[in-house]
Ligand binder design. Structure first.
Ligand code: MG
Length: 168
């Protein structure tokens, strides 16, 4: 059967950090703050995938109190999430993400991001949607205080791997 999951994340923009989005370093005056590389796009996708199979969120699997993962690439986090799904026999069908970023301009970096994400997920690029919009200068995102991402994921699991059915 097909399952879907949703993910949302936001990180604060600060000086003195590289800006990593979708596994790609983007030249900018500020970068995202966080325990890992703070790649908000990867985090939203990871949460969507975990949610689709009823797993707890990325903060549970990769707590910011765990010093062993300080500064970890979020592509690595995503790859560990892919392994969690694989262990359950779940097959990722597609993911779709929207970044909300007032600055910098994301469009020139969409294709490299899609390449990275599709490689980690083991999907053809056509099954990875990555889009970006501004927040029309409104609110904290519009004031460039942070960057947000929302994602959905669809995964397929064989019927026999689902633990119970309400119609059984
Ligand atoms: Mg995060």
């Amino acid at each position: 059967m097909n399952l879907v999951g949703i993910g949302y994340d936001v990180h604060r923009l600060v000086e003195g950090r590289p800006l990593i989005l979708g596994g790609v370093e983007i030249p900018h005056t500020h970068g995202l703050d966080g325990h890992s590389d703070a790649d908000v796009l990867c985090h939203a996708v990871a949460d969507a995938l975990l949610g689709a199979v009823g797993e707890r969120d990325i903060g549970h699997h990769f707590p910011n109190t765990d010093e062993s993962i300080r500064g970890i690439s979020s592509l690595e986090i995503l790859s560990r999430v892919v392994a969690v799904l694989a262990n359950q026999g779940a097959k990722i069908v597609n993911v779709d993400v929207t970044l909300v970023s007032e600055a910098p301009k994301i469009a020139p970096h969409l294709d490299p991001m899609r390449t990275r994400i599709s490689q980690v997920l083991g999907l053809p690029p056509a099954r990875v949607g990555i889009k970006a919009t501004t927040n029309e200068r409104m609110g904290f995102l519009g004031r460039r205080e942070g960057i947000a991402a929302m994602a959905v994921a669809s995964v397929f699991v064989p019927e026999e791997s689902s633990s119970s059915s309400p119609n059984a």
